[in-house]
Ligand binder design. Structure first.
Ligand code: NDP
Length: 316
């Protein structure tokens, strides 16, 4: 049997939360080990241009920004590793974690920054135009600006879809909202706001058949009314998907307190603490509200500082 590797700080996930935690933990001499996970760089690697992260006045591409964050984390000797953690045991004072290859790690502190994944419709045409800023996006706040003065479509009927449709209505000439049932799932106040907004058209009972494009970018959406069977084409240059996110927290079930939708619950608001002493959370794995690179980075910093204080208290 292999001897478990003993470390002070394990960071699980490599988005802005994970790398920021790594920069702080490494500079505090915690010798962090960071596992990159299934999607090295996280959700930003599918974002074309990031214009709202302070400190980049000219903007930066999502993948480039992740390379810079990784370089900065490595500069202070963060041990960045390929692979992912697929099993944990947080029942004892030492937190046990296993990689997919069965390597066992005993960590005094763990920072969970596994993020969340946007849900997509699953159409081939949608995935095609998701790449390289082709016109499909799962984040209106990130990408809406690129479609100002243009017509866009947004799919979804929850609070996120309503909030994002309203956000887009201020930038775009026309927003068409595609709702698959005959009503919203969103809270009444959010749905009413959308209904009252002049340049938002809501199409109920409407499914997306295809995202249309010219090979370089989106040109429209082919939709079908599920009650009448009628097919229509809606011209648009941006196609936004707001049908929910899935937090990547499955492996923590049974150890870490999750809410009913799988997001990690903070044990103490205003900190990064979970219900397990020595285990902290940062970024979208615990955030269904803000979901921004900058908020993820901020909570990554908090998690590293909380982990450092936890270790200091153990030593005294
Ligand atoms: P939700 O799970 O609440 O809603 C997802 C929506 O997407 C539903 O309307 C669902 O339709 C629709 N949908 C799912 N799959 C498809 C599909 N394949 N095709 C078309 N439509 C689909 O996710 P949200 O991200 O909106 O919200 C998540 C949580 O965050 C909620 O608790 C919400 O209240 C909260 N939130 C709160 C905000 C606020 O208060 N400011 C802002 C944003 C989110 P259907 O209804 O038919 O199932």
């Amino acid at each position: 049997m292999n001897t478990p590797e003993k470390i002070k700080c394990l960071i699980i996930g490599s988005g802005p939360a994970g790398f920021t935690a790594a920069i702080y933990a490494a500079r505090a001499d915690m010798s962090p080990v960071l596992y990159q996970g299934m999607q090295p760089g996280g959700q930003l690697t599918t974002t074309n241009e990031v214009e709202n992260f302070p400190g980049y006045p000219q903007g930066i591409s999502g993948p480039e920004m992740m390379v810079e964050l990784e370089t900065q984390a490595k500069r202070f000797d963060t041990d960045v590793r390929f692979g992912f953690i697929n099993k944990v045991d947080f029942t004892g004072p030492i937190h046990k974690c296993w990689t997919e290859e069965g390597h066992e790690i005993h960590a005094e502190t763990v920072i969970i920054s596994t993020g969340a994944s946007a849900k997509y419709l699953g159409l081939e045409s949608e995935q095609k135009y998701l790449l390289n800023g082709g016109g499909v996006s799962a984040c209106a706040v990130c990408d809406g600006f690129f479609y100002r003065g243009q017509e866009v479509v947004i799919v979804g009927a929850g609070d996120s879809a309503c909030e994002e449709a309203h956000y887009l209505s201020k930038l775009c000439t026309k927003v068409t909202m595609l709702v698959r049932k005959d009503d919203f799932r969103a809270s009444k106040i959010m749905a009413d706001r959308v209904k009252k907004t002049e340049n938002i058209t809501i199409l109920f009972n409407t499914d997306t058949e295809e995202v249309l494009g010219d090979g370089n970018g989106v040109t429209g959406a082919l939709v079908k009314n599920s009650s009448t069977g009628e097919i229509a084409t809606i011209p648009c240059t941006g196609f936004f998907v707001a049908i929910g996110h899935t937090p990547n927290t499955d492996i923590f079930k049974g150890y870490i307190d999750l809410d009913e939708t799988g997001y990690i619950k903070y044990a103490q608001p205003g900190t990064s603490k979970t219900n397990v002493a020595g285990v902290f959370v940062a970024g979208d794995a615990a955030d269904k509200t803000y979901r921004q690179a900058i908020t993820a980075a901020g909570t990554g910093c908090m998690a590293a500082l909380d982990a450092e204080r936890y270790l200091a208290a153990l030593e005294h």
